[in-house]
Ligand binder design. Structure first.
Ligand code: SF4
Length: 419
């Protein structure tokens, strides 16, 4: 059994003297089991949920809201964890909105509790996270590197956008471009052919979007310049189109295809990846023919009605997504599903069955488990609980067991054939 934590207005976190910890799956509150909890990993951020009430389990086994500070005067709120890359959330925080509570910003809230002196989080490790460990980012030398690059390439708008993302949003893939290592982001297209409920570059009702979209369409010269420099120099080099600050990159297929060809005339190193909704099959085909190596397809559900309701696509559906994947596979592209994961939705038996069917049909190489950044109540309003989930731990186990050759992880990896 784990204990309930709460936080006061000063940001001080306290153990509740009595209530056992509860977590949330869909619209259900559950006592977490041991395999759903791990010590809080380095690089996690603990956040308060202002205007909400933490819910724990009292000694008589009933859910109880933490209405007041058990030790002194003052307002108290629930505390949640935001996990670093490489960790998958198993339960959401058990919390209820208080009077006048605002919609929560778009983050992937995970439940936390304590055992003895230790803080634990409802999560499992789903990938090695050496290259994404926050210790490698926002270092003292970053600003100097950014200024140096802007001075060297004053006319390249992508570098200016990346400078903004690296320094103002602390975006890791933007920073990697200036550190010249690993996976670097190359944003190029503000337009999108979808309106996803949890889009992080669009304002949603009261909730501010974590990032603003770039305001230009990059041309092939700008794109090639950034890609060539990164792929020629970076260890474990990868360039990724489709970043948090842009729309759908495949809509810029003309420029990106031309830049991939120009890049490959200069260097054979590294991996060219695209994070996409894969709805624009004609664009995906053009990119595969130009030499795209990895394609990551973002999906909330493999059930048509839920897919359409979440992604709100314009002019395409799941069949187009499957056609794009088939085209990519025909060109030897390494294809991943970027599964937007939400405890109590993704692990519903009906969703599990549809996902297994989709993997069977398309033959994707990897499933990346991505904690969905959204206000839990907002999502449950759209997708009310019809059946309880099987649990995220069991969901991952069954996925790997059913598809032993499938790679499970949390982020992009270089193409198996990359040099
Ligand atoms: S596909 Fe990406 S950019 Fe487009 S709406 Fe969805 S999350 Fe936003």
């Amino acid at each position: 059994m784990f204990g309930t934590l709460f936080v006061d207005e000063k940001g001080e976190i306290y153990p509740h003297p009595e209530y056992a910890m509860l977590g949330r799956s869909g619209s259900q509150w559950l006592e977490p089991c041991r395999e759903e909890m791990i010590p809080l990993p380095k690089g996690s951020t603990l956040v308060s949920m202002p205007g909400y009430l933490a819910v724990g389990c009292s000694r008589d086994g009933r859910p109880q809201a933490v209405q007041a500070h058990p030790y002194k005067e003052g307002t108290v709120w629930p505390v949640a964890a935001l996990l670093p890359q490489g960790f998958t959330r198993t339960l959401l925080p058990a919390a209820v909105p208080g009077p006048g509570a605002a919609e929560l910003p778009l983050f992937g809230y995970a439940a936390v509790g304590f055992e003895g002196e230790q803080t634990l989080v409802a999560a499992v490790q789903s990938d090695e996270y050496r290259t994404w460990h926050p210790i490698h980012y926002n270092t003292s030398g970053l600003a100097r590197r950014v200024q140096g690059t802007l001075k060297r390439f004053p006319d390249n708008r992508i570098y200016r956008q990346l400078a903004h993302c690296a320094l103002d949003y602390s975006c890791f893939t933007a920073q990697n471009i200036f550190y010249q290592r690993w996976e670097g982001g190359v944003p190029s297209m503000p337009k999108c052919n979808a309106r996803c409920l949890g889009c992080i570059s669009r304002k949603h009702g009261q909730a501010q979007s974590p990032q603003n979209r770039l305001d230009f369409v990059a041309d092939w010269q700008e794109i090639s310049q950034v890609c060539i420099l990164h792929l020629e120099k970076a260890p474990r080099a990868m360039v990724s189109f489709g970043q948090g600050c842009e729309g759908e990159p495949a809509l810029n297929a003309e420029n990106i295809s031309r830049s991939i060809r120009a890049v490959r005339q200069n260097t054979g190193r590294g991996t060219v990846n695209m994070n996409s909704n894969a709805g624009y099959t004609k664009g995906i085909r053009q990119l595969c023919e130009a030499g795209l190596q990895n394609l990551r397809v973002t999906m909330f559900s493999s059930r048509e009605e839920d897919y359409l309701k979440y992604h709100r696509p314009e002019g395409f559906g799941l069949k187009d997504v499957a056609d794009s994947i088939a085209c990519a596979k025909d060109h030897g592209v390494y294809v991943s599903i970027n599964l937007l994961t939400f405890p109590g939705f993704t692990d519903r038996p009906v969703q599990v069955e549809a996902l297994h069917h989709f993997i069977q049909k398309t033959g994707v190489d990897m499933v990346q488990i991505r904690n969905l950044n959204i206000d839990p109540d907002r999502l449950m309003k759209e997708f009310p609980s019809v059946e309880p989930g099987i649990g995220i731990v069991d969901f991952l186990y069954r996925l790997q067991n059913t598809f032993p050759g499938l790679r499970l992880g949390s982020f992009n990896h270089p193409h198996p054939g990359a040099i």
